[in-house]
Design a protein around this ligand. Structure first.
Ligand code: ZN
Length: 229
């Protein structure tokens, strides 16, 4: 695998976005990222996606899996993890140090992740104490680009009466994030699923002594770790 050095031409913002998108699709359990998945995730036409995939293939960053789509080569995966590290550290820096609400940091990080230097991002990592997770509970790849994921399950799928720690939610749905903020619910909080109405009805959830009624799409998006015992 070719070494990624500071002297090498940095990948373009669009290359980084594609690699990140492929990484995200494969991390969600897919064997490969199809052109259609990528077109949808990146909001780009399937024709443009095909052209870009061809280029990334020539650059040795992706490989084709016949009839399925593309996966990342080792070099492509390293680049994807590098941009994820920058993205997630930026999100945490913006919330922790600048007080930007957690529902607004994703958009900012999407832009800054392509521009920030390695030196500056490592200073941010040091300033934050080499954190393991971003404000949405997503793991931050280490300096050596190791991604330590943790097991979690949707709040909506807990057995009634189970208490769990809220550990993760997608950074992409800004409205869900600001709604949770308005309820005073944050990552790290202890939540108890009281019950769930039948036929896809809402969940009643206790958080900090208050009972909230959460719709299924929200309770399904909230990833939790049940407390044992
Ligand atoms: Zn984000």
């Amino acid at each position: 695998m070719p070494a990624i050095t500071a002297e090498a031409t940095p990948p373009s913002a669009s290359t980084e976005d594609y690699l990140k998108a492929i990484f995200s699709i494969i991390s969600s359990g897919e064997e490969a990222a199809s052109t259609n998945d990528l077109a949808e995730l990146l909001d780009i036409s399937a024709g443009s996606v095909s052209a870009m995939i061809k280029r990334l293939d020539e650059e040795g960053l992706v490989e084709h899996i016949p009839y399925r789509g593309v996966s990342l080569t080792a070099e492509g995966e390293q680049l994807a993890l590098r941009v994820l590290r920058r993205h997630r550290l930026l999100e945490l820096y913006l919330t922790e140090e600048l007080g930007v609400p957690w529902n607004r940091v994703h958009e900012e990080a999407e832009i800054l992740e392509h521009a920030i230097s390695d030196d500056l991002i490592e200073r941010i990592a040091t300033k934050l104490g080499d954190p393991g997770f971003d404000p949405h509970g997503d793991p931050i790849p280490t300096r050596d680009l190791v991604l330590n994921t943790r097991r979690a399950e949707p709040l909506a799928e807990l057995d009634a009466g189970t208490t769990a720690i809220f550990v993760r939610i997608s950074d992409r749905n800004s409205e869900m994030l600001s709604y949770l903020s308005s309820l005073g619910i944050a990552i790290g909080d202890e939540l108890r699923l009281i019950d769930r109405e039948p036929f896809e009805g809402p969940c009643r959830v206790e958080a900090g002594g208050t009972v909230h009624t959460l719709g299924i799409p929200l309770a399904a998006a909230m990833q939790v770790q049940p407390l044992v015992g």
